[in-house]
Design a protein around this ligand. Structure first.
Ligand SMILES: [Zn+2]
Length: 66
């Protein structure tokens, strides 16, 4: 399997579900998206994933805006 770069740390961020600033576990995931189109090029997209430690709500956002 591909190596995933997982670094975890806690950050206080606003949670939309809790409507509070709560502790979030933040990690970065590299998702490899293979595209079957003409160029067999792998696109590796870093996603920032934050999980609320209070309610478990997860939000992920792409870090690269292409
Ligand atoms: Zn929450």
């Amino acid at each position: 399997m591909a190596t995933t770069d997982n670094s975890v740390n806690g950050m206080t961020e606003h949670c939309e579900d809790c409507e509070l600033d709560t502790l979030h576990e933040v990690s970065v995931q590299i998702r490899t998206e293979s595209r079957k189109e003409e160029n067999a090029q792998f696109s590796r997209e870093p996603y920032r994933v934050a999980e609320c430690q209070r309610c478990g709500n997860r939000t992920s956002q792409r870090m690269n805006n292409a």
